[in-house]
Design a protein around this ligand. Structure first.
Ligand code: B1M
Length: 571
């Protein structure tokens, strides 16, 4: 009978013959107690805020499943990429991690025995380290705006990581290195594949090349959608991709890869819920096994970058279903297609570039410049428009908002990525500053007070900021609560600041229901008769407004201001 270790090694061979499915992390002894991990991560504790060795603030709220970086304008380690050398200092592992290796190695050997592989663990990969240092937005936009400095910083982080992995291999003697770096969301890469290749591929070729040159197995964790770069991952020397989400269309990847890389995952966070029933977990897992095991070179596991589920009742059920699958291996496989997947259109969409349109007039040139994130050009065109007497409102609607809409469509089609949206958002914010005095009527009479915000879970603020500008221009006093505002915050502010209107914006279909809760809470707190509730944002409609019992919906900011003024005048 093959041991878990032997099965794992069989899986790595293109023509290997594993005799059964592995149970998640069964073949790996994750050596999390090595001196470097202790030095880098030892101070993270649930319920506490700490700083890591690079200076990044790490928060671990009591109710959260794990720690996460908390980067603000004030606390970011690297506030200016052009001066990154002044701010960024890699931890000195050679000086601080010399003790304790012998015990660490002995414990790993003992735990692994003959049947398991020892896995050295390395969190916070090269891309992740960049956004730990400067935040996500700066990282993505700096790739465009300061490519030279980003290349230098990435090389610096890569050198550090190679020193780190060398120490781990020299001292722990692992069979495998388990290295983290998330390069996308569950539906898309964070950036264009070409951009990932330009900045991250060579550094990772050095990193994984070094690991392989030492005869160690290379495993990369990323619970992201990575289909567009999967061939690159193979080329880099990654032998196992752990964290493969179902959205990657695992059977199609298995057909494409033909055993050149092992896929580990397929059991997504969707099933790791406190309310997931036993039969629900069993049916999800068994359907995943039926769909992915026949393709081979696959290890069923939760997609997280470490063993175990958040909700303890889920993990044993996953293992038990894998046992059950193994025990019926001799029976004919049932084919089914249970887990929602995304079609493999990335290659085609990758080929399609954002259409190069020549702006035949000022408005279309403005729209195009915004789409391309050209801040200087956007400001210049707005100024030209104003000088030529074009209405600020028209520059906004037919130039800037039109560009945003086109970019949104490209994003949906997989032709644009988050960095492009961020660049466009920055252009929009700068342009709004310029247009602001011309957008508002400059009324001096204060009609009433509004508390305005984007609802909980939603970070989009451009539309909300526009509503603020227009409302202030109509003589309303606006308390801007910002983004990610909870129903409790809306209602508490309305009570404490005696607001006449609560105005909620939402851009995500997944967050729009927060508005319903705002209405309910206003009723529960007894202020519903005193305060009007207005809603708006791209996914909101009049019928949604009626359904949740809000007072008014408008589909643009100018109208929102007029309606708000009307509501107060008639009150
Ligand atoms: Co995001 N995003 N985004 N995004 N983004 C959308 C909304 C999306 C439609 C793109 C797409 O897929 N085509 C999609 C939502 C899909 C859905 O809901 N099902 C989407 C997604 C999926 C996401 C992420 C999940 C992407 C990811 O990470 N994979 C993520 C979510 C993060 C989060 O919020 N938790 C995300 C992130 C981002 C950026 C950070 C990159 C950036 C936001 C930057 C910022 O706001 N500072 C961004 C952007 C720029 C967009 C698009 C391209 C543009 C939004 C915008 O600013 N439009 C957008 C696509 C699109 O809308 N075409 C998209 C211009 C603005 C003036 O319009 O806000 O609609 P809007 O406001 C209008 C009206 O709606 C109205 O007035 C304004 C016009 O005058 N209005 C009100 C707004 N609020 C009102 C309130 C009122 C009355 C009227 O009364 C109170």
């Amino acid at each position: 009978m093959q041991s878990p270790k032997e099965i794992f090694l069989e899986l790595l061979k293109p023509d290997g013959k594993p005799e059964r499915q592995l149970k998640q992390y069964e073949a790996l002894t994750m050596a999390l107690w090595d001196p470097i991990n202790g030095y880098l991560r030892g101070n993270r504790q649930r319920g506490c805020t700490s700083q890591d060795r690079w200076g990044t603030t790490i928060m671990w709220p009591a109710e959260a499943p794990g720690p996460m970086p908390h980067i603000t304008q004030e606390n970011k380690v690297c506030p200016d990429i052009t001066r990154w050398r002044d701010f960024v200092h890699a931890p000195d592992l050679e000086a601080n991690c010399t003790q304790g290796w012998e015990e660490c190695r002995a414990l790993a050997r003992e735990k692994a025995g003959e049947d398991r592989l020892i896995a050295g663990f390395m969190g916070t990969g090269i891309f992740e380290q960049c956004h730990f240092l400067m935040g996500f937005e700066d990282t993505l936009t700096n790739l465009y705006e300061h490519p030279q400095e980003m290349h230098e910083l990435i090389d610096y982080i890569t050198d550090y990581r190679i020193r780190y992995v060398k120490m781990l291999i020299d001292n722990l003697h692992p069979d495998l290195i388990f290295s983290h770096d998330d390069w996308g969301t569950k539906d898309a890469l964070f950036m264009k594949p070409e951009m990932w290749r330009e900045f991250f591929k060579e550094p990772y070729r050095r990193f994984y090349g070094y690991i392989r040159s030492r005869g160690v197995i290379a495993l990369h964790h990323a619970d992201s959608y990575l289909v567009p770069i999967v061939e690159d991952m193979v080329e880099l020397g990654i032998q196992v991709w752990q964290g493969v989400l179902p959205e990657n269309d695992i059977p199609a990847l298995q057909r494409q890869l033909q055993g050149r890389m092992v896929l580990m995952g397929g059991i997504g966070a969707a099933i790791d819920r406190p309310d997931a029933t036993e039969s629900e977990v069993r049916s999800y897992v068994s359907q995943a096994l039926e769909a992915y095991c026949p393709g081979g070179h696959y290890i069923p596991s939760i997609t997280y970058g470490l063993f175990g589920t958040v909700y303890p009742h889920v993990d044993p059920l996953i293992d038990d279903e894998i046992d059950r699958y193994n025990s019926t291996l001799h029976m004919p496989a049932v084919t089914c297609d249970p887990v929602p997947r995304r079609k493999l259109t990335a290659k085609q969409t990758e080929a399609a570039k954002v259409q190069e349109e020549t702006g035949s007039d000022l408005l279309s040139a403005l729209s195009l410049a915004l789409c391309k994130g050209q801040r200087k050009k956007v400001l210049q065109l707005c100024q030209e428009g104003l000088d030529q007497g074009v209405e600020a409102q028209l520059l906004l609607s037919d130039g800037l908002v039109d560009g945003m809409t086109r970019l949104g469509n490209d994003f949906s089609a997989g032709r644009a990525f988050v960095p492009e949206m961020l660049m466009a958002a920055r252009c929009m914010t700068a342009a709004l500053e310029l247009l602001k005095p011309r957008l508002t009527s400059g009324s001096s009479k204060v009609l009433g007070r509004v508390c305005l915000g984007t609802v909980k879970g939603d970070m989009h603020d451009i539309g909300k900021n526009l509503v603020k500008i227009m409302m202030e221009g109509c003589g309303l006093e606006v308390i801007d609560l910002g983004v990610d505002v909870s129903p409790e915050q809306f209602v508490a502010t309305a009570v404490e600041q005696h607001c006449d209107i609560i105005a909620c914006s939402s851009l995500l279909t997944t967050t729009m229901n927060e508005m319903r809760r705002v209405v309910q809470l206003a009723e529960e707190k007894g202020i519903r008769q005193k305060v009007k509730i207005m809603v708006g944002g791209a996914p909101i409609t009049q019928s949604f407004c009626d359904e949740i019992g809000a007072d008014a919906y408008t589909d643009d900011a100018g109208q929102a201001a007029r309606v708000a003024a009307g509501l107060l005048e008639s009150a």
